[in-house]
Design a protein around this ligand. Structure first.
Ligand SMILES: Nc1ncnc2c1ncn2[C@@H]1O[C@H](COP(=O)(O)OP(=O)(O)OP(=O)(O)O)[C@@H](O)[C@H]1O
Length: 278
């Protein structure tokens, strides 16, 4: 059986910062992609270039060489207007929801702006705003409050609601659960998984937390010093990593060092598979 084509793909992506003697290349010809309706987990140590890939995809960082393809169409070199339309199809949610939420806008205004960027009229879009807030398990009354009135986990939900209200086909989640404590992290992850299924989203999930990535990903790509060292089905990469760097990454993750941990997680996985089959 042949694999379906990539929904979102980067090809030989090279990104750098600075000029002249200060020029520095951060991504060295990275090629990776995610298939429609699936989740790609992007892992690697701090500074390996994970966020840089995300930001280059959505056009925040300029691409020095290579291509970014959405449904096979190259996004690099698009004009401003075309790019604006494409950007609505790929939404990025980052670790710090403050970065995407204007502190002077109510949550309702922020979500209304996502629904209709030309006229951020929260009243006109009240029903849509309420629906999106409820989609991320927040009360509709949240619309009248400001971002600082919410907890970290709630703010992250608001950022997800705002991104989804745009109507994207691809959601890139960059370390969105890293600042949350374990129980809130699990809630946000479960919510994301539900939304991915119900909205048929394609997702790129970026995290340095290998256990979290394993939990949510169909495929996993491993980045090291701006180069892709390995990509494959999550199951294979975790059970039989091919690259020595992936092996060392897995070995240094506490979850995988614990005696019996892999056995326990294999059992949990078998259970999940059985539940899915029912
Ligand atoms: N705007 C920028 N200007 C200059 N250098 C940058 C810029 N953004 C990122 N970098 C550099 O690019 C490298 C990769 O950073 P990036 O944020 O992509 O890594 P990461 O894998 O996402 O790490 P982390 O998990 O810590 O966020 C780092 O060395 C960083 O200092």
């Amino acid at each position: 059986m042949t694999s379906p084509p990539y929904k979102l793909q980067v090809e030989d992506l090279t990104v750098g910062f600075g000029h002249g003697r200060r020029a520095r290349t951060v991504l060295h010809g990275v090629s990776t992609g995610v298939r429609a309706g699936q989740t790609l987990g992007l892992v690697g140590e701090s500074g390996s270039g994970k966020s840089t890939i995300a930001k280059a995809i959505v056009g925040i960082h300029p691409v020095r060489a290579g291509r970014v393809l959405l449904d096979g169409a190259d996004l690099t070199g698009l004009g401003r207007r075309e790019l604006a339309a494409v950007r609505r199809r790929v939404q990025l949610v980052s670790q710090d929801p403050y970065a995407s939420l204007n502190p002077r806008m109510t949550v309702g205004q922020a979500v209304a702006e996502a629904v209709d960027p030309a006229r951020a009229d929260a009243r006109k879009h009240a029903a849509a705003v309420e629906r999106w807030l409820e989609t991320v398990a927040l009360d509709g009354s949240a619309a009248g409050r400001y971002p600082h009135e919410f907890s970290g986990g709630q703010r992250q939900r608001i950022a997800v609601a705002r991104a989804l209200a745009v109507g994207p086909e691809v959601l890139i989640a960059d370390e969105i659960t890293s600042a949350l404590d374990a129980s809130v992290q699990a809630e946000v992850l479960n919510l994301l998984e539900e939304l991915r299924r119900s909205l048929s989203l394609t997702m790129v999930f970026i995290s340095h937390d290998l256990a979290v990535v394993r939990h949510v990903s169909d495929e996993v790509a491993v980045l090291r010093h701006g180069e892709l060292v390995e990509q494959g089905p999550a199951h294979d990469v975790y059970r039989a990593p091919q690259h020595p760097y992936t092996r060392s990454l897995l070995a240094s993750a506490p979850t995988f060092e614990e005696p019996g941990a892999s056995h326990a997680s294999a059992e949990a996985e078998d259970l999940e598979e059985k539940e899915e089959a029912v």
